[in-house]
Write a new protein. Structure first.
Lengths: 291, 433
């Protein structure tokens, strides 16, 4: 569907406010970051020195940076798959509920209203090895919980904290997707004798694939960029860097370490990685999506 | 609604006009909670005591947030006159020569009475240049001490707190035998178990007199003493004598909940202790290795100091100088020391607190002061001046955690930490050359 405007200028005028906002809040800072990545600067900005690609060379000769990349991959895919899986399961369940439907749905959406940092603090208290109820419970059933020392447990903790909120968001989309599936399709399959699992796998899931694909992209972007609050309030990247994701490293080196050049170089690399991943997703996974 | 808005506006203007006469300066700080209220009280006392100057205290969040927002503000030419910076930010501030107004110079330029000898040298050493000039004004300084659970000690039949690490071992064994889950735990592991360990045994933590005399400093904390101590702690951890509970002060609940009988942490945790420990506790000096030294040196400080920033006018600097002088008066210092548990930074404040009988009524509070003043600081115990120290601490925390989790041996972990830390130091050196 196309809309034709009588004059040529009007459409540009209409999108101008959005363009201005994008330019001021996205393009300009991003341009600054690109510039900064080629300079070495002291914290106060008193001296600035062009160093070419040195910040990037430093970055790629640092073994910790590769470790951080690996950590980020594990973290992001865990968050995305766990978030999508649990939300899909909850949405299918909530869709079947007949009595008190609204109550279930509202309660499941609630966590989305919690700020990321707050979600972090919440889980941090629950899992605190010294005082956390969950940690004490795990200890009682023989599973020694100490995310201050155990890198895998620390990773589980940040994945849970980061996913928890995101489940609500995914849930909402899946529920809407489920409600858009024509009942007649499912009923016809049921008459043909398909089990509830087959009905889900052969009819519901493929019909939900546009939603799932959209959520995969959104969740990965979320895990890559929006999770440093959660990590800061739970593990601060520890123990020994096992939860030090790329975005948290950008934050830590830039804002705590006051190394603007190195941090800017990192954010450019991060931007490139996520851009590349999104392209890959659209080229290869989207083909399997049935609209 | 409208009327009340106008009323507020008029009120606001009249308030503003009365304070026009006074020179206003801002002080950005990181003191939240009870300490923040005390700070506001002190500022109010200053503002009420005279009419020429007015200090406006602004709470900016954590130490890191306060420092980064002051730096960001400086870059935007909106900096406060005074900012509180934590001790690990010291090297960054000192290196920013065009951004700071050294306190000794401020005092001289404004002709404000100022005697550097009035301050505890183990405190001011951290903030002075090699010639002994004070660059920032110490404000809240703490030092690591040993807290112990008197009730658990009694149950285990222990009469006195351990003075040495050797005694910590024997005492801990008794505690474990009497049913304790662990002997001791520690807060701020890099600060307590490596930085202060080195200072207390007069062993360098880094070259160039711990970074005081140059920027080409190299880390030295992988020496025999430090490796021995960390190896011992790893052994203790296996036998339950030591239990690791996290970076910063995350481990304090292990002491509060009476799992561990001892806790090595900041002297400024005293206030929190009295609130959270539902048992009788004592404070003692930080242990040392009797096998290494006969007489331990002073410990080094943590906490923060006040830096004056460039770019203000003369009147504002006069206000800043007057305020810093006010903060150093014995009465204010003693008040602050007694309320917060931070060290008194002047001899006069210490004497005043003694005279008031505070240490008798609050046993243990003097331990930190005695530990700081018993000996003359050496080049290895006056403090650390390392660029990118925040990240170096992070590297050390990571290394120690890999020891506690058994992934690496103490020697290998400390060697790696030194290597990684040196990279950060070289980066700082390059930036400031």
């Amino acid at each position: 569907m196309s809309v034709y405007f009588p004059q040529k200028k009007l459409p540009y005028l209409l999108v101008l406010p959005q363009l201005i906002i994008t330019a001021i809040f996205f393009l300009w800072p991003a341009g600054q970051a690109v510039l900064q990545a080629f300079y070495r600067e002291d914290a106060f900005g008193l001296s600035q020195q062009f160093v070419g690609l040195e910040n990037f060379v430093d970055l790629f000769s640092d073994p910790l940076y590769y470790k951080s990349m690996l950590v980020t991959m594990v973290f992001s895919f865990s968050v995305a798959f766990l978030g999508i899986g649990v939300a899909l399961w909850l949405a299918v369940m909530a869709d079947r509920v007949i009595r008190g439907k609204m109550v279930y749905q509202t309660l499941l959406v609630w966590p989305y209203a919690v700020a990321p940092a707050l979600a972090g603090v919440l889980w941090w208290i629950l899992f605190d090895p010294n005082i956390g109820p969950i940690a004490l419970f795990l200890d009682r059933i023989g599973l020694h919980w100490n995310h201050f020392l155990n890198g895998d447990q620390a990773m589980i903790l940040v994945v849970i904290s980061a996913t928890w909120k995101q489940i609500s968001y995914n849930f909402l989309f899946f529920l809407a997707g489920l409600q858009a599936i024509p009942r007649s399709l499912i009923e016809a399959a049921a008459i043909d004798g398909a089990s509830s699992f087959r009905r889900f796998w052969d009819i519901v899931f493929p019909l939900l694939s546009p939603t799932t694909f959209f959520l995969l992209v959104v969740n990965l972007v979320y895990a890559f960029f929006d999770t440093f609050g959660v990590i800061d309030t739970t593990t601060q990247g520890g123990p020994d860097g096992s939860t030090n994701t790329l975005v948290y490293k950008v934050f830590k080196d830039g804002f705590i370490g006051l190394d603007s050049g190195g941090s800017a170089a990192q954010s450019i690399v991060l931007m490139a990685i996520v851009g590349l991943m999104t392209v890959i997703q659209f080229r290869f996974i989207e083909r399997k999506v049935q609209y | 609604m409208r009327k009340s808005m106008i009323a507020t506006a008029v009120l606001g203007m009249s308030v503003a006009s009365t304070s026009f006469a006074a020179t206003q300066i801002e002080w950005w700080h990181a003191m939240g909670g009870a300490n923040g209220e005390k700070l506001n009280e002190i500022v109010k006392e200053f503002n009420d005591s005279q009419s020429k100057y007015e200090v406006d205290p602004v709470f900016k969040g954590t130490y890191t947030e306060t420092m980064t927002s002051a730096i960001a503000a400086f870059r935007a030419h909106k900096q406060p006159a005074i900012v509180q910076v934590f001790e690990v930010g010291t090297a960054t501030m000192m290196a920013a020569k065009g951004a700071i107004y050294p306190v000794y110079k401020l005092m001289k330029d404004t002709k404000t009475g100022f005697d550097p000898k009035a301050y505890l040298s183990s405190v001011t050493g951290y903030y002075s240049d090699v010639k002994g000039n004070m660059l920032s004004m110490p404000f809240n300084s703490s030092t690591p001490v040993l807290y112990y659970n008197k009730e658990m000690f009694k149950k285990a039949g222990i009469s006195a707190p351990p003075k040495t690490w050797e005694e910590v071992e024997t005492v801990s064994k008794k505690l474990l035998a009497s049913g304790a889950k662990c002997g001791f735990t520690t807060g701020w592991q890099s600060w307590v178990q490596l930085e202060n360990l080195s200072a207390r045994h007069n062993v360098p933590f880094a070259s160039n007199d711990d970074g005081f005399t140059g920027l080409d400093t190299k880390l030295l904390f992988n020496g025999p003493l430090q490796v021995m101590h960390i190896t011992k702690m790893r052994e203790w951890q296996k036998s339950g004598i030591f239990s690791y509970g996290g970076r910063r002060s995350d481990s304090a609940p292990k002491f509060y909940s009476q799992q561990c009988g001892m806790y090595t942490g900041s002297s400024s945790a005293y206030g929190g202790m009295t609130r959270n420990a539902k048992f009788d506790f004592g404070v003692s000096s930080l242990p040392y290795w009797a096998s290494e030294v006969k007489q331990p040196d002073n410990t080094i400080i943590g906490g923060a100091s006040l830096w004056v920033l460039q770019g203000k006018d003369k009147a504002q600097y006069k206000a800043a100088a007057a305020f810093l002088q006010f903060l150093s008066t014995p009465k204010i210092q003693a008040e602050w020391h007694q309320f917060t548990g931070y060290l008194p930074i002047t001899h006069a404040a210490y004497d005043l607190t003694k005279k008031e009988g505070f240490y008798q009524s609050h046993p243990g509070t003097e331990a930190a002061v005695i530990q700081m003043t018993a000996t003359q600081p050496t080049v290895n115990s006056r403090g650390l001046r390392l660029g990118n120290f925040v990240q170096i601490r992070d590297v050390i925390n990571g290394a120690l955690e890999s020891v506690w989790s058994g992934k690496e041996t103490p020697q290998a972990a400390l060697d790696t930490a030194v290597k990684r830390g040196d990279v950060l130091l070289r980066k700082f050196e390059k930036t400031h050359n």
